[in-house]
Write a protein that binds this ligand. Structure first.
Ligand code: WT7
Length: 600
């Protein structure tokens, strides 16, 4: 761990005091830029979503709106039309820039392509692409037409794709030559999937076949004029599948109006100013990529960097340096990987950086101390969920940082730590982290086709996050852990049921129970307890075969890095796997109440 005392000499802006709780005190007068949120308490008191709507939503004359108009078209008028919206670097180092004016034309063209091929308002169009500019053109083009954009992580394999495309009834998938074979394998079982659009970039040979459409070919023919769909703020805009404890992943659906909170938070929390160069490292396949890689920064008319290449300390430091990034939003596992690397950020010129933030999993204090030494800046932990659609509890540029704390509620948001009956627990006591649903402007509008699941989030007038936390006497929230079995590995949410389902598809496996096992680098890793068929060798070879199977069929990131053979899984009398028991046994913790355990 870094020696905190040495840090005092590094910067005069962030003074570290040994007050027991180790607070990073700030002096905003010495900041390079005045923070967009300059007085948290005052803004928290005065802020209302009604006022924010007036400020951030651009309505058409008939009182309707479109998130793509807010994010793209209105910046394509006048001076900002020639402003760079997107700076792209490909995996092989090619660079491209796109202005707001160019993006307006491209997104109009793509909306016309969809229209021509029969896509209508409310249809689901899924995006299965790497981090290339077309991914954003397609996303905003879908919204322009009033269809619903579904985003997919490019590491998904056919089982994960099948669950999402079948449940959503996707009509069109936009992909490329490399990823298409995974769709091809399952297309026959997707009755609603009519057409696949192939983006040519990156491949010389394009797949051929019935109902395949070629992006560049269509775009060349398409008109750059499009009559953008007039939507209500609660009309659906994008959807993302996310994992819970039970069952298959659920489709969380958001609306056009949600862009308000995306913009408010990009401004107040990530502190993005007009002349910033902003880099959100999250993939568009996850909610952070959609909200903070697309809606928020474009909504504010900012300039964003996107990088197709793989993560490595050299690659990332080089992007930060070459693009003179000023605001950087990333994730704890990446920070810890940088921290553990022999490559030092000091070998690069990162002097333009002025604000750092992190999301997705607990940000351990060591990572913050390291950041302060490495960049002269603290990482600001932010907390939210796919379902919430934007940051809700967070640290701010202007506010002192208490390393290990997620900070305070966003202006407009009411958050609390409550007990089982919905009553607030005393300061310092652990409970359920809950929010007043009417105060989360960008809260999901539905769980696709599953009202029961949607309703299960709400109890006693609260939205229940499924996380446990406590609040200190000064109103800072501290994350304790999940209240359920959901696994967070490298910041990605994985449902144990999804992994168990993939495991039992393997020919050697009878049953499987899956847990998250604490890991210093990844937060948690996936561990599977597996019952194999009689005669199957319980050795390393078998483990490797099973791991590879999950990796190749479910997703590259969702396979168990550890497998343990077990003779029998602990189950309740009604047959439910007791993952909690597997976990406490794994960690050597007390087993708790096992009265529902079937005879063993
Ligand atoms: C879950 C939500 C938030 C967008 C990306 C992930 C965990 C998220 C933090 C944080 C501790 C965090 C929670 C939450 N989580 N941010 N700052 N500190 N835990 O969204 O995939 O919907 O996951 O991620 O457990 O419930 P998600």
């Amino acid at each position: 761990m870094t020696d905190k005392r040495n840090l005092v000499t590094i910067t005069t802006i962030y003074q570290i005091m040994n007050t027991g709780a180790n607070i990073i005190h700030k002096d905003p007068k010495k900041f390079v830029k005045k923070p967009n949120l300059s007085d948290y308490e005052k803004t928290y008191k005065e802020f209302t979503w009604k006022k924010a709507e007036k400020e951030y939503l651009d309505f058409f004359e008939d009182g309707t709106l479109n998130a793509s108009y807010i994010a793209i078209d209105r910046h394509a008028i006048g001076k900002s039309a020639s402003k760079n919206a997107l700076l792209f670097e490909s995996a092989t180092g090619e660079k491209e820039t796109y202005t707001y004016g160019q993006l307006k034309d491209l997104t109009n063209k793509f909306a016309n392509v969809l229209d021509l091929h029969g896509v209508q308002k409310g249809d689901r169009v899924f995006i299965f692409l790497p981090t290339i500019p077309e991914r954003l053109v397609v996303f905003f083009g879908i919204l322009k037409l009033g269809a619903i954009a579904g985003t997919l992580f490019s590491a998904f394999m056919e089982m994960a794709l099948m669950d999402r495309l079948l449940d959503s009834g996707a009509k069109v998938v936009v992909t490329n030559a490399t990823l298409f074979p995974r769709i091809q394998k399952i297309w026959k079982d997707l009755p609603a999937l009519e057409k696949v659009i192939i983006v040519e970039r990156g491949s010389v040979d394009q797949p051929k076949g019935e109902n395949l459409i070629y992006y560049k070919h269509e775009m060349e023919k398409a008109s750059a004029d499009f009559a953008i769909a007039h939507m209500q703020k609660e009309d659906l805009s994008y959807m993302l599948y996310t994992s819970g404890t039970t069952g298959k992943p659920k489709g969380v659906v958001h609306a056009h109006g949600d862009i308000v909170q995306a913009m408010v938070t990009t401004k107040f929390v990530l502190d993005v100013h007009e002349d910033d160069i902003y880099w959100c490292t999250a993939d568009l396949g996850w909610v952070t990529g959609v909200v903070y890689g697309a809606l928020g920064p474009f909504g504010l008319g900012a300039t964003s960097v996107i990088f197709e290449g793989r993560f490595s300390p050299e690659n990332w430091y080089k992007v930060l340096q070459d693009y003179q990034v000023t605001v950087w939003y990333t994730a704890p596992t990446a920070i810890r990987m940088l921290m553990g690397s022999p490559v030092s950020p000091k070998e690069y010129n990162l002097s333009n950086l002025r604000f750092l933030a992190s999301v997705g999993e607990p940000l351990n204090p060591e990572a913050i101390w390291w950041g302060l030494e490495a960049f002269g800046l603290p990482f600001h932990d932010t907390w939210w969920q796919t379902e919430q659609g934007s940051i809700t509890v967070t640290n701010y540029s202007v506010m002192d940082v208490r390393p290990g704390s997620m900070g305070k509620p966003l202006p407009g948001v009411i958050a609390a730590v409550i007990d089982e009956d919905g009553k607030e627990v005393p300061v310092g006591e652990e409970g359920h982290l809950a929010l007043k649903p009417e105060t989360i402007y960008s809260l999901m509008k539905q769980i696709w086709g599953n009202k029961e699941k949607f309703d299960s989030y709400f109890r006693n007038g609260w939205y229940l996050s499924g996380d446990k936390a406590f609040k200190d006497k000064d109103g800072y929230f501290w994350f304790v852990g999940r209240a359920d079995d959901v696994i967070k590995t490298s910041g990605e949410r994985v449902g144990p049921f999804e992994v168990e389902s993939a495991l039992v598809e393997h020919e050697d496996v009878i049953e499987a129970g899956v847990i998250g096992k604490p890991d210093e680098l990844r937060g948690e890793i996936i561990k599977a307890f597996v019952v194999v068929k009689p005669g199957v060798e319980k050795n390393e070879e078998t483990k490797k075969r099973i791991m590879a199977y999950v990796k190749q069929h479910l997703a590259g990131h969702a396979y168990p890095r550890e497998i343990e053979f077990i003779d029998k899984l602990p189950k309740t009398r009604s047959g439910k796997i007791m993952r909690r028991l597997l976990k406490s046994r794994e960690l050597g913790l007390p087993e708790g109440d096992t009265s529902t355990l079937e005879d063993y």
